[in-house]
Write a protein that binds this ligand. Sequence first.
Ligand code: HEC
Ligand code: HEC
Length: 203
Amino acid sequence: MPILRTLPIIFCLFIAGLVSMPAQAAGDVERGSVLATVCLGCHGIAGYRNAYPTYRVPKLGGQHEDYLVISLSGYKSQSRPHQTMQAQTADLSEQNIMDLAAYFSAQQELSSGNPKTGGQIGRGKEKAAICTACHGANGVSAMPNWPTLAGQHEDYLQQALTQYKLGSRKDPVMAGQVMNLSEEDIKDLAAYYAAQPGLVSLH
Ligand code: HEC
Ligand code: HEC
């Protein structure tokens, strides 16, 4: 009876998986803060912009740790486009990525949201009804692998949504979400999320 013979092996693999889990999940905030020095040259300067197309460099303070690991690994494997970030992550080890993610996510204090934005915040809130299941009622996502949008820069949010729509940034979930959004919808949604209390720039 082969199934009975394989059961103990499956059980051992299961236990081994459980035991090794905590070691994998742990990023070191202290090590991350040292590694982050180079990152703050862009991410730590309020309003620092990507040259072309021009949009503000995303805020990382208070972002979910798991999402930061996903996004940094995406740049490293080049499945997420952006030459500068691909270069920044090329030599990072998995441990370095976890340490950086732990450092940036450790920021607990919420910003008060960005001042007045270009889109219509009220309309954005209505349109965001379909986004809340994943990104939370006010843009603070319930799941650690879904990015928090609250307080993020408006122009970065526009840029990200446009990239999903054009297909240059690939994600099967978000591709479906943005398919039917007009340019105006994107502006309104970005304005709404940018105005919510949330992410911060670390200095
Ligand atoms: C020369 C400027 C620059 C430096 C240095 C830099 N970044 Fe970035 N970073 C950017 C830009 C611009 C983007 C937006 C790229 C895009 O549109 O995908 C970005 C995006 C990111 C994102 C994606 C955020 C999100 O919400 O998806 C993460 C995470 C990130 N950077 C982390 C880092 C870390 C960690 C370092 C240091 C190892 C670093 N960056 C160094 C400019 C920089
Ligand atoms: C089913 C879950 C789900 C829904 C619904 C959803 N999203 Fe997302 N969203 C995600 C995931 C997962 C990611 C990360 C994808 C990646 O790694 O690129 C993401 C990423 C994003 C990003 C990029 C954030 C960053 O920091 O780069 C923006 C902006 C965004 N979503 C906006 C929206 C808006 C606006 C809506 C509603 C129209 C929406 N999402 C609906 C799951 C969802």
